[in-house]
Design a binder for this molecule. Sequence first.
Ligand code: CO
Length: 241
Amino acid sequence: MPSLAHLLARNRAWSHQVRSAAPDFFQRLIAQQNPKYLWIGCSDSRVPANEIVDLLPGELFVHRNVANIVVHTDLNCLSVLQYAVDVLNVEHVIVVGHYGCGGVRAAHHGRPLGLIDTWLRHVQDVSERHAAFLASLPDEATVLDRLCELNVIEQVLHVARTPIVRDAWARGQLLALHGWIYGIADGLVNDLGFEANGPAKLASDYAAALAAITHPDRPCVGHAHADPAHVTCDPPRSGHP
Ligand code: CO
């Protein structure tokens, strides 16, 4: 069996490096964690939560699963959400999808892979909810990019509809939900424009976010295009020249 000594060596070096920069860093973390953010992202090894937003240990509460899905019966995800909202009092919950998501691609293709098929069924639900829009798109790469984005929007809505979040909003707790998408190709996060701060505008904010994603003049973002001008559309809804 291959040894993992190289990983332990890297850990020692990392710990030493952190303590060199801030000798009391780990001592301060012992006392408590006080993160302001809960990140719900994909398990994909190319989407490391803390690194992407340059946050230190203690600053980001994290839940990751394949294709960043929030299911109303998933006790794992819901426990993370409940602890983050009720105990840690995080101020933001961010659902972070990413372009090139293997889970979304597998859901789209529908080829049997095993137990994961049941999990990815939730992405297929998203796909079927937006079937007419997705069928209107010119190629598969675009379909997959838009499906990655739509999946984020739907999962933010799922977070908003949990009793955990509804109760927090009902008691006046400040809690904002966000939908982001990460580009593996450029390392950039883009806000998909769905910020939910309470129940009052939830439906209209959701509809506006969907309208932005499905707008016919929306610039091409996500997968690489032959035309380099298409790769650098930022922000996503700024309009193409
Ligand atoms: Co993924």
